[in-house]
Design a protein around this ligand. Structure first.
Ligand SMILES: NC(=O)c1ccc[n+]([C@@H]2O[C@H](COP(=O)([O-])OP(=O)(O)OC[C@H]3O[C@@H](n4cnc5c(N)ncnc54)[C@H](O)[C@@H]3O)[C@@H](O)[C@H]2O)c1
Length: 425
């Protein structure tokens, strides 16, 4: 979309805002009122979310969008199968922003589109479910929080562990003092991702609107090994493993330690396993976050190794009276002698997170992953990546995470946008 059209769309959505808000207020005040959803980004995750929403009582998916026409049509068919209904599909989600029947936009595109789409949707009066990481850079997260407040919209972050029953119960046990004062969390991710190889510059396939896929990001030639999914490993669109699986771990670590923004962040690692392929982000990375009050988080990822000891995702808390392990759908608490003194295994989390979101819209109840909480966790991941990319230990303002006394690192707080695509509230 060229600047002219974007401006038109922004002005249009702002004008629509009041109208849409009224329609939402009219539609979704009662406890059982129908909620109408549109979704954009119909890869594996977007299709899963749209199917999940369509499966909820009195929630209806009206339309699904993907810049890849084949994916939009495929997702419309799968989501339609849930209730044997016809779901609309298209490539450009912006047209749904003008539909006053739609209450919610679900965003599951590549990361560089999350915040721009969320702000556009909130300005158009839609509530938003946005996948993690909520932003491509810290400034975008600040804008999303501001948009949620300005337009009075619900923005739920896709950190669904916040609604996982075992995590909710385990975190409550920590808060009650089950392991004393909690001062350290150590989290891991292990994966056996393959090499990206070396891409070739080719024309984009005819079913893909590459111009719209790029959207807010400055233009780059199309390469045949980036779309789909592999954009995760290029800084221009993605945020590496820390901005991928890391967001889930750091989010729960932060909740267990009851901390917000750090005072110091360091990171090290590299592209060690496949040093010569196209991937830019590290496949092996450690990031350490230090907080006020004598607390810290350590995150470690080994993304491309075929073997590893222990679990794929793991999170351990350490306290003055014991330790706690949060793994999969269970948690276990140990005393200082290593004896188990409590556990809980409870399945679920995915559906609960969606239910929490629609309940919040209907009944004005709190979100489990309100955008400000999502932003805090995502900022930690961005800071870890900034420390990695600059090779420096960052000092941060504990009230907002901003980088102190390092203008070069502070430049990563935002990004360059394609002209005409800057995010405006
Ligand atoms: N919460 C979770 O557990 C979880 C799990 C998986 C993925 N995710 C997140 O979901 C997002 C998508 O992941 P994925 O694995 O499905 O990636 P993917 O690359 O396979 O799919 C992304 C889709 O978005 C589409 N897209 C990009 N820009 C668009 C636009 N402007 N309008 C419409 N469609 C657009 C792409 O064409 C693609 O089909 C990522 O941000 C990822 O971090 C979250």
């Amino acid at each position: 979309m060229k600047r002219r059209n974007f401006t038109k769309c922004t002005a249009g959505t702002a004008a629509l805002s009041a109208l849409s808000k009224t329609s939402i207020a009219q539609q979704a005040t009662g406890a059982n009122e129908k909620i109408v959803v549109a979704a954009m980004g119909m890869g594996g995750r977007g299709t899963q979310l749209a199917t999940g929403f369509e499966s909820l009582d009195n929630v209806e998916v009206k339309a699904v969008f993907d810049v890849d026409k084949t994916r939009a049509e495929g997702a419309a068919a799968s989501v339609g199968n849930v209730n044997n209904r016809t779901i609309e599909s298209g490539q450009d989600f912006r047209k749904i922003l003008e539909d006053k029947d739609v209450d919610v936009l679900v965003i599951a595109s590549s990361n560089h589109w999350h915040a721009p789409a969320a702000v556009m949707a909130a300005a158009a009066g839609k509530h938003v479910y946005v996948e993690k990481p909520c932003s491509h850079n810290p400034r975008e997260g600040e804008l999303m929080v501001a948009a949620a407040r300005k337009y009075d919209r619900r923005i739920q972050h896709g950190t669904q562990r916040r609604s996982r029953p075992s995590v909710v119960e385990g975190l409550a046990r920590l808060k009650e003092g089950a392991i004393g004062r909690v001062y350290y969390a150590k989290c891991y991710y292990r994966g056996k991702r393959p090499s990206l190889g070396t891409g070739k510059e080719t024309p984009p396939p005819d079913y893909l609107d590459y111009e719209l896929w790029q959207g807010p990001a400055p233009r780059r030639p199309y390469l045949d090994n980036r779309i789909h999914y592999n954009w995760h490993w290029h800084w221009h669109w993605g945020n590496g493993e820390l901005g991928n699986n890391g967001v889930h771990h750091v989010d729960i670590a932060r909740a267990g330690l009851e901390v917000d923004y750090p005072i110091q962040v360091a990171s090290s690692g590299g592209r060690y396993r496949y040093p010569d392929d196209d991937q830019q982000t590290p496949d092996t990375q450690d990031a350490i976050f230090k907080f006020e009050g004598g607390k810290s988080i350590a995150w470690e990822a080994l993304s491309c190794h075929p073997q590893w000891p222990g679990k794929k995702n793991d999170l351990w808390f350490y306290g003055t009276e014991g330790s706690a392990a949060f793994t999969g759908t269970s948690y276990q608490i140990f005393d200082l002698d290593g004896k188990s003194i409590g556990d809980g295994k409870k399945h679920g989390g995915e559906k609960e997170h969606l239910v929490n979101f629609v309940d919040s819209i209907r009944n004005d109840t709190p979100l489990n992953a309100e955008i400000e909480e999502g932003h805090k966790s995502t900022v930690l991941c961005h800071l870890g990546n900034i420390a990695y990319r600059t090779g420096r230990t960052l000092s941060c303002d504990p009230t907002n995470g901003k980088i102190i006394n390092d203008p070069e690192a502070a430049k990563f707080w935002t990004r360059d946008y394609e002209q005409g695509w800057e995010i405006a509230l």
